[in-house]
Design a protein around this ligand. Sequence first.
Ligand code: URA
Length: 481
Amino acid sequence: MFEAQLSSPTDWDGWRGTARRLMAAGVAPGQVAWSVEGEGGGHLFGAHALPPPPPGPMPEFRVPRAFIPLAETVILHRDPARFVLLHALLLRLQDEPRLLEVASDADVARLESMARSVRRDQHKMKAFVRFREIADDGRPRFVAWFEPDHHIVEATAPFFQRRFAAMRFTILTPDRCADWDGQAMRFAPGVGRELAPAEDRLEDAWRVYYASIFNPARLKVAMMRSEMPKKYWGNLPEAPLIPALIASSRARTDTMIEKAPTDPKPNRHRPAPVAAAPAPEAGTIAALRADAAGCRACPLWAPATQTVFGEGPDGARVVFVGEQPGDREDLAGRPFVGPAGQLFDRALDELGIDRLKVYVTNAVKHFKFEPRGKLRLHKTPAAGEVRACRPWLERELDLIRPDLVVAMGATAVTSLFGKSMAIGKSRGALLDLPAGPKALVTVHPSYLLRVDDAYKAAEYARFLEDLRLALPFLLDARKAA
Ligand code: URA
């Protein structure tokens, strides 16, 4: 028996060099006991050290091109038998160069199954790493806890580095920890879960949103469990809601089925006109709001509860524009009061922006939805509906004459610029609006609630960075009412 020791569980170069040495010396895979430094094992009684390298250059062993990436993936698997299996396949490939195409071969099937398991684990890491913000040296750092099935941290870290290049983050795991300081990635030994922070400020908003989008009619418990295995639930802020939502889903679905889609009664919630209300002063936002209450420029008015007009001081220096009111806004008659509004408020708060000093409105002033029983599911407004509503936004901007307009999301961008623009390319800089004021493009707050967990904290941080550009416009608040 020969003893082969690698410097780490993912020591690909070490395995490759050792395997070539063993092959050159004609050692069969079954004659090798592989171990990893620091993991116990090794030092078998009576085992031999590796045979010395052959004199002269190491002989070449030919393998099909597909073998290298497959083997590099399989070496990340946690099964200690992977080293022997790879050695066995390397040996067999010398005589059977097309072996990898034989899916029914037991060795090949095992190799493929190990590779699938590693890839799946990497996918889970990308999806379920949940960053939480902590203050570190007075600057934000994002820390996540993850328990991988395999040795994937180093191989998967570049994904997070590319995705979150601008943010400082640490991924803690029991095997390895990855730390990105904005310039370099460093790896350190694994740690215990108690070192990972438990909560951050975004989580309440995310829970509210998750409960509101959870659709019992689409619930497939088995699929949900396999896609989001219980072992990851501890990392996910929405996890505590899941058992109760599953338990109540049958009753909620039955109710939904009983209530087949119905057109909501037009304007059910529309407040009765107050006959004696004094007419607002002409040329003010209040007058414009009163005019817009009767808008019939597109069909969206009919099923909606009411026009949801903008709100804020007539003299605001900064105007924020969203897409259209949602379910809560439609009922309340005010923009950005639902889950996306709560996230928006939180971002303003963190930047020290007083919502009462800015004007908040939407590109489209009526809620567009599709009735599903008692639910009203958001529908994106069509181009014609955005166009029909544009005069209201233009008149709001004419009256307010802000210095900066913040377009949140694609619909606001289209309405303000008269054309669609890629948000990723236009954000982070001050642009010129055709009508005069400066404009800032960023994502819609509801995107931050919807986006995959792995990206949530970083996307929120980018949103804050975008909005930070509005701060200079708010320093002189004298113009605000
Ligand atoms: N989304 C919007 O775009 N506007 C709102 O007012 C609420 C949600």
